[in-house]
Design a protein around this ligand. Structure first.
Ligand SMILES: Cc1cc2nc3c(=O)[nH]c(=O)nc-3n(C[C@H](O)[C@H](O)[C@H](O)COP(=O)(O)OP(=O)(O)OC[C@H]3O[C@@H](n4cnc5c(N)ncnc54)[C@H](O)[C@@H]3O)c2cc1C
Length: 306
């Protein structure tokens, strides 16, 4: 007979890992199943807004978070959940490594994935100059010319990070004013290597074996073609909900999982936490994801007690 967990947490980003810490401290027998331990924090260059930690590299934060979970003896399975089935009051999770897990409750914490630009050349040149992670790939652009597309915190952070590596950074943004924290705005303004191209979109990415240039809808220096070696798309994200589409869990019009104030979804026995939810006013941050994880674990504990 299969070992039944009280709680299966799907996703090993800040929401899932913090849910696990709280669950373990409540004595709930839990398991974390996830791709990269630390989730998106592994793609973050430097975290400077986590309470009590002035500055920490993303990879280090991720590693410490996973180690923290393991101090409670919690099992962390480095796999993806491919399917969830409910049979009476037990959930069966089918994992990408062929394993099956059974649990009485589930917390969904699968986060988000990067939004694509949707222009010709993007798909063909992905991994050949088109990237969605400056922290992961920035290193390859030492002394080169790159562009960051977007105007949010992630885009601004990526531009500043790349400013330390690349020779030249263009920040291409469709709006006329950045919508990032002023901290980043000041860092960009101070860096002579970064040039802003406002009110501009990329129409096409060109290159044979690798990215060579982009075609802009608003000419820069009299030309609509901008030569460069790499493009970092930082234009937001969409929730990872394919897994729950068959379960009929309620989402909003953008696909974010609707939760109540205790993290409960519309499906009995299933909670959700972090960037994947409509919670925290969709303010996608480590602290909000972690706190939604804690709240969900707290609610699961009350549910299991009953
Ligand atoms: C470049 C960048 C910089 C950032 N900088 C900061 C910052 O400085 N400060 C800050 O507060 N926030 C920052 N953020 C935002 C922050 O990283 C996220 O808000 C946070 O990581 C969300 O946590 P999460 O647990 O909800 O999701 P995620 O971190 O996205 O984790 C989701 C996890 O779920 C896993 N998963 C997905 N599908 C499945 C599946 N089917 N089965 C099992 N596992 C699955 C993934 O592998 C991943 O491990 C940044 C984000 C980016 C992209």
């Amino acid at each position: 007979m299969m070992n039944i967990y009280d709680l299966a947490i799907i996703g090993s980003g800040p929401a899932g890992l913090n849910a696990s810490i709280y669950a373990s401290r409540y004595g709930i027998k839990n398991v974390v199943i996830g791709g990269v331990a630390g989730g998106l924090t592994t793609q973050t260059h430097e975290i400077g807004n986590w309470l009590g930690t002035e500055k920490i590299a993303g990879w280090e934060f991720a590693q410490k978070s996973a180690e923290h979970v393991k101090t409670y003896g919690t099992e962390m399975i480095p796999a993806l959940v491919d399917e969830i089935k409910k049979n009476e009051d037990v959930f069966t999770l089918f994992l990408s490594d062929g394993k099956k897990i059974e649990a009485k409750t589930v917390i969904l914490a699968m986060g988000t994935k990067h939004r694509h630009l949707g222009v010709p050349g993007e798909k063909e040149l992905a991994g050949k100059g088109v990237s969605y992670c400056a922290t992961c790939d920035g290193f390859f652009y030492k002394g080169k010319t790159v562009a960051v597309v977007g105007g949010n915190d992630s885009a601004a952070g990526a531009a500043v990070f790349l400013g330390d590596i690349a020779e030249k950074v263009y920040m291409i943004y469709r709006g006329d004013k950045l919508r990032c924290e002023s901290f980043w705005g000041t860092a960009i303004a101070k860096n002579p290597k970064i040039t802003m191209l406002y009110n501009t979109n990329i129409k096409e990415i060109k290159g044979v074996e690798k990215v060579e240039s982009v075609i802009l809808d608003n000419p820069f220096n009299g030309s609509d073609e901008l030569k460069l070696n790499g493009i970092f798309a930082e234009i937001g994200s969409v929730p990872v909900i394919d897994l729950v589409e068959d379960l009929g869990i309620e989402t909003d019009e953008e696909g974010y999982i609707k939760i109540d104030q205790s993290g409960r979804t519309s499906e009995k026995g299933i909670w959700a936490a972090g960037d994947i939810t409509t919670g925290s006013d969709k303010f996608k941050q480590i602290i909000t994801a972690a706190s939604e994880g804690a709240i969900a674990a707290h609610s699961v504990q009350k549910f299991l007690k009953k």
